[in-house]
Design a protein around this ligand. Structure first.
Ligand code: ZN
Length: 242
């Protein structure tokens, strides 16, 4: 099994150390406990300024499975998209990248993503009008049937925020699932990116089928600085399931 951690999980704890600080923090606290890292970017400015340094390259190269969450812009035939995709390719070559994941509701032209040299995944989106067409198993499956080059990053919190049980995604998409964003929410309509280990029994039961999937599981939670060590508890909880 492959268990990874998203740098987004330590974003709040890294504070002024910024993006590169998230990589250092993950290395300091969790490097011996996980098999890979997802470099998480959301705002394009943060991504444009970001540079890997020697220390982070050395650390990431040691990992078995690295992925990258692409920043959110309108992807299409425009200069900003070109620049970002080029930079993803450059980072990817430096760290042995395996997957890149996009929020598909921001992609206007999927053909441009084919410039990427790595497996490209789309993610199911959370509840809310602006994420329409990318929330339910059926619509994700229809896209993947047409666009066979794309993989699927299954986000648990996003599914559950739409009132969908993970089982429903797994039953319809099965082999098409390329990786999982592992997180939990206990309220429909809310995408809270909580830990699984301290979620209610009911929520844990819904998530249970995910542990039978043979794909990289990426812990993608949102934790406050004081609670960052709880990520270790999540890691050992998940390891025991696998
Ligand atoms: Zn996600």
């Amino acid at each position: 099994m492959t268990l990874c951690l998203s740098t987004g999980s330590v974003w709040k704890a890294a504070g002024s150390r910024g993006r590169i600080g998230t990589i250092y923090l993950v290395e300091e606290l969790f490097s011996e406990l996980v098999d890979g890292i997802e470099l998480c970017f959301m705002d394009p400015e943060g991504f444009e300024e970001f540079e890997l340094d020697e220390k982070s390259i050395k650390f990431l190269k040691r990992m078995k499975f690295n992925s990258l969450h692409a920043p959110i812009i309108e992807y299409g035939k425009n200069q900003q998209s070109e620049k970002i995709l080029e930079k993803i390719n450059k980072i990817g070559q430096e760290i042995n990248l395996k997957h890149v994941t996009f929020h598909p509701n921001h992609v206007k032209d999927f053909s441009i993503l084919k410039k990427l040299e790595f497996k490209t995944c789309i993610e199911n989106m959370r509840a809310g009008e602006s994420h329409k067409d990318w929330q339910y198993p059926k619509e994700i499956n229809e896209f993947l049937e047409k666009e066979k080059d794309f993989g699927f990053c299954f986000d648990i919190t996003h599914a559950m925020s739409n009132g969908i049980k993970p089982k429903e995604f797994i039953e319809l998409l099965g082999e098409k699932i390329s990786c999982v964003h592992l997180n939990a929410t206990d309220k429909e309509g809310v995408h809270s990116h909580n830990f699984v280990f301290n979620s209610s029994k009911q929520v844990q039961e819904k998530i249970e089928p995910v542990f039978a999937l043979d794909v990289p599981l990426i812990i993608e939670v949102a934790v406050e600085k004081e609670k960052i060590k709880l990520i270790k508890k999540e890691i050992s909880f998940v390891r025991k399931k696998l």
